[in-house]
Ligand binder design. Structure first.
Ligand code: DOR
Ligand code: ZN
Length: 347
């Protein structure tokens, strides 16, 4: 039988949580084996709020990457009022730090150090705009009066439009967009791009909630409607330069997911690319994988394109795939909403 394969420029993950310690060691291989680079989020228990902390975290990660792996970790700083204008200027020429991440206080895991009023950061946005440093944003308001399903749309309307108006040349990435409102908004912008996760492309809030609750699909921002999911798929398969892959792979052990107050986060790195290929294949859009997963992010971040390709092979029968990984605190479940997966990386 004829072998079906897909060669794609090495993909990048423009948004990942690798954690630290034992979890870092357990999850990192799935990132360096499947991606050419990744933008590593700074929301550790002690957040990465300055260059020195980012350098230490970078070194901790690099120590665990085998020489043969073709992988570059890119770092982020967590925006707090400890950040100075001077530090931002240093970030603009730093080799590994590629963005500053803004978390609204209380929006997600380890966001207690996040910001309460974005206007207090205008003096820093000004320097970022001048020096070309990218602002990466968790785009949700945290006001308890706003319905959890509306928090992204309200953020766009009440916060993001104001930042853009004040700083029209500031490069912004609206992370892990979840709604058709967000897709429409990004389509109108020139300096704002967006990452899209695998899970927001593949599952909706009905799947999470309608036949019993599925804590494995609970994430922030929360899954939206089928209409929203379809808008995200259209954006991803459009190949438009402003949309690119950021898995937001965010490992939590089972005991913290299945709990009376479970954590938000989906661990998707291990099967991210096979799932993405299968999804794009279903939409007859395999040609658009490279823009979405390999090219658009690098272009937005001003990095040279990868030259080498990786080969994925389609097996005639569905393959046995990894279900979870084990840590001393319990299992971490791997995201996989499909019953059958046919694509795998050829080694
Ligand atoms: O679901 C999420 N989990 N969303 C985030 O923004 C953070 C992440 C985490 O760190 O667990
Ligand atoms: Zn995240």
């Amino acid at each position: 039988m004829e072998k079906i394969f897909l060669d794609i420029l090495r993909p990048d993950d423009w948004h990942v949580h690798l954690r630290e310690g034992e979890v870092l060691s357990n999850v990192l291989p799935f990132t360096y084996e499947n991606f050419g680079s990744a933008l590593i989020m700074p929301n550790l228990d002690i957040p990465i709020t300055n260059i020195s902390l980012a350098d230490n975290y970078y070194n901790e990660i690099c120590k665990q990457i085998p020489k043969a792996a073709k992988f570059t970790p890119n770092m982020t700083l967590y925006l707090t009022d400890c950040l100075s204008k001077d530090e931002i200027r240093k970030v603009s020429t730093h080799k590994h730090i590629k963005a500053i991440k803004m978390y609204p206080k209380g929006a997600t895991t380890n966001s207690d150090s996040g910001i309460s009023d974005f206007k207090n950061f205008y003096h820093l946005f000004e320097v970022m705009e001048e020096s070309g440093v990218i602002l990466s944003i968790h785009g949700e308001v945290t006001d308890e009066k706003v319905d959890v399903f509306e928090r992204e749309s309200v953020f766009i309307e009440k916060v993001l439009t104001k930042i853009i108006k004040q700083f029209p040349n500031l490069k912004i990435v609206l992370e892990h967009i979840t709604s058709s409102d967000a897709v429409n908004f990004i389509n109108e912008q020139s300096m704002v791009a967006a990452t899209i996760t695998i899970h927001h492309l593949m599952v909706n809030r009905n799947i999470m909630l309608s036949k019993g609750i599925r804590p494995d699909f609970y994430c922030a921002p929360i899954l939206k409607t089928e209409y929203d999911r379809r808008a995200l798929v259209q954006a991803a398969i459009s190949g438009d330069r402003k949309f690119f892959l950021g898995t937001d792979s965010a490992p939590h052990v089972e005991g913290k997911k299945i709990a009376s107050c479970g954590c938000a986060g989906i661990f998707s790195s291990p099967l991210a690319i096979p799932l993405l290929i299968q999804l794009f294949e279903e939409h007859s859009s395999l040609k658009k994988i490279e823009p979405f997963a390999s090219k658009n992010g690098r272009a937005f971040y001003g990095l040279r394109q990868h030259k080498d390709r990786v080969r994925y092979v389609k097996r005639p029968k569905s393959i046995e795939v990894i279900k979870d990984i084990k840590t001393s605190d319990g299992k971490i479940k791997v995201f996989n909403p499909y019953n059958e997966i046919y694509w795998e990386k050829e080694n």
